[in-house]
Design a protein around this ligand. Structure first.
Ligand code: XIL
Length: 347
């Protein structure tokens, strides 16, 4: 026994000391970890800047449209569609061997005025939802690996969030959305996606109840997406907390993914402390994902501080990404690479 643990310590020590091969990418390192993917949210304008496009293609094996597939972008009028931005993203991904996560079919935000201000009977609203999902998911059938079917359905107190779908259809809008998505693309993995579910609590309890109910009713739901937005590094759960939480869902046969990770800093940041704390927080999530077999990928929300949604949404916070505004890698990027590189099972 003593010998075995001494040997284990030596192996772990050696693995941890092996430097990350220079130039190795997040996508390459993650692929060697049972085919996991590392993704980023994208906007098509980023592809027009060579440095950004090159970085997205080199480092990431998955992309999520940041806004291009949301209702307000893609379905601006009742029978008006605009697929230009979404098409560009799917084409970019295909040209660079990247997976696409579709985002998102049902959400309480970024909906067009014709939908939020319209008057619909229950049956009419169900027909609107069906038409939207059939058209959008159907357009990319076979080309989008995962869809965030329902996004942020749970309020912070653990109740079902008040949104136009709950008001107009009732709680079974969730079931209907999954059924419509499955009908439109039977091969896509269908996710329910939310924030503040990374360390249990009221929202996670409701989520588990929703997912268990849907699965026992035979509804086609495949996975849970953990957005993993941390407004400051201290809000990130420990790897153990996060992995335990993911396992509660994985043990019910669900896939889990980290879908929108970022770690904001309170500005002005302290260069002596904050970059390392931020790296710790990013690293914790990567460790959690690697510890759970069913965790198939990690997506960051905005690859660079120049692109980040945080300053616009949370004044006083920012610098949330793994590359700085000049696209230089930050300690968080290096930490992600190191953790993906250490394979403690390697001999
Ligand atoms: C954000 C985008 O990053 C912003 O550009 C937009 O103005 C608002 O939405 N949770 C989600 C994402 O599921 O769609 C949100 O994206 C961030 C929070």
């Amino acid at each position: 026994m003593a010998l075995l643990s001494a040997a284990t310590v030596v192996v772990v020590g050696l693995a941890a000391c092996r430097p990350v091969p220079p130039g190795s990418t997040l996508r390459g390192l993650a692929d060697a970890r049972d085919g996991r993917v590392v993704g980023t949210s994208v906007e098509p304008a980023q592809f027009d800047r060579t440095a950004d496009a090159d970085l997205i293609a080199a480092q990431f094996s998955s992309v999520t449209p940041e806004n291009a597939m949301k209702w307000v972008s893609v379905h601006p009028g009742p029978s008006t569609w605009d697929f230009a931005a979404a098409d560009r993203i799917v084409e970019f991904a295909e040209a660079h061997g990247q997976r696409v996560r579709g985002h998102t079919l049902v959400w309480h935000r970024q909906n067009p005025a014709w939908l939020t201000g319209g008057t619909f009977t229950r049956d009419e609203l169900i027909a609107v939802l069906h038409d939207h999902i059939a058209t959008l998911v159907g357009r990319y059938r076979g080309r989008i690996a995962q869809w965030d079917v329902v996004n942020e359905a749970i309020a912070d107190d653990g109740t079902l969030r008040d949104n136009l779908w709950l008001r107009g259809i009732g709680p079974d809008y969730i079931r209907l959305a999954f059924e419509f998505a499955h009908e439109a693309d039977p091969d896509a993995a269908l996710f329910i996606n939310d924030y503040l579910i990374e360390r249990g609590g009221a929202k996670a309890a409701t989520l588990l109840w929703i997912v268990a109910s849907l699965r026992s009713a035979g509804v086609p739901i495949d996975g849970v997406g953990y957005q993993t937005h941390a407004l400051v590094p201290a809000l990130m759960p420990t790897p153990e907390q996060f992995a335990d939480e993911m396992r509660r869902f994985a043990s019910r046969g669900l896939l889990v993914e980290i879908t929108e990770m970022d770690v904001a800093l309170h500005l002005p940041s302290d260069p002596a402390i904050d970059p390392q704390r931020q790296a710790d927080a990013y690293g914790s999530s990567v460790m959690a994902c690697l510890a759970v077999r069913e965790c198939t990928g990690i997506t960051v929300w905005n690859y660079s501080d120049a692109e980040s949604w945080i300053p616009g949404e949370f004044p006083g916070f920012g610098e949330a990404s793994i590359f700085d505004a000049a696209l230089a890698p930050k300690p968080a990027f290096e930490r992600m690479r190191q953790i993906l590189w250490w394979d403690l099972r390697a001999r």
